[in-house]
Design a protein around this ligand. Sequence first.
Ligand code: NAP
Ligand code: 8YV
Length: 320
Amino acid sequence: MTPDGEPGTVLRVPPLHPGTHDAVAASYPTLDLPAEGREEFLARHGAEVVAIVCSNFSPVGADLIEALPRLGMIANFGVGYDNIDLAAALSRGIAVSNTPGVLDPAVAEHAIALLLAVRRQVVAADRYVQEGRWPRGPFPLTGQVAGSHVGILGLGRIGQAVATRVEALGATVSYHNRRPVPGVPYAYLPSPVALAAAVDSLIVVVPGGAATDGLVDAEVLDALGPDGVLVNVARGSVVDEQALVAALDSGRLGGAGLDVFRDEPRVPAALLGRDDVVLQPHTASGTVTTRAAMGALTLDNLAAWMRGEPLLTPIPETTG
Ligand code: NAP
Ligand code: 8YV
């Protein structure tokens, strides 16, 4: 049932976390958006759909929203919602939820894992041992995080979880947001360039979308410098990838730990097979526990909307 008591179907937009995919069908009449023949499918079934369940890998554009005249709710599995045409949803008064908070520890520890992996050369040193090179001589000395200065670009929920973990490693934290965060014990720098110039390593945790596209550009990377390390667990769109490759190739940047890319799952060939870069397939929230919690929150938001109650975790823009 929908909030107005009329029967309605939930549309699953792939790819979805398997447990969440199954849980939707256990509670509601369900359809799956097919990979092929979408126009015909939507012409036949569009009027049945009252809600969407999607993930940040499932684009929900204006064309899909327009094809669903009764759509009242979009439940996004993920905290980032740059996959959704929010303007199109807002213009129709469609409620949109996401899954903030429950993934903070997992994403924060993944950022720390990347920082340590690049600074301590964990992956390159593993290859050194695996390939039998150790008997020919010692592995070169590496940098370290303890005693260093780490910048956080985006001191929000995840950024603050990163900050406490960085402090526990014995490093100093500074940050940049558009506005300073009241009450935090970290130095505020007024721009991404100023932050990059002040720190040894920069961890990026801002949202994706047009407002942050290319925020980490050549100027920021140059300010970070030849001993600097960039870690990106935000969105690939936030970093100018060509500028990143150029900075690494010319030795103007020390290294990078990247969980996200501009054209996932494709990764620029120039980032592959190098010892100064550690790459992950967008898995920062990808633990069994965290993905289950994200799925539960996605379903709880959908259930609240179905009951005509306020969403538990609406996307801020949709709450007016
Ligand atoms: P959040 O609590 O909203 O924090 C975002 C922070 O970024 C805020 O402090 C915000 O402060 C700052 N910010 C926003 N726009 C900015 C800009 N133009 N310049 C500088 N700072 C800016 O969000 P969150 O829950 O921490 O999540 C952050 C992002 O991480 C998500 O949107 C998602 O894209 C990404 N993420 C990735 C993964 C993964 O698997 N790799 C997992 C989860 C999340 P101001 O508003 O004051 O600027
Ligand atoms: C994804 C993420 O949701 O929350 C986000 O913004 O990027 C991730 O947690 C996850 O990769 C599955 O879609």
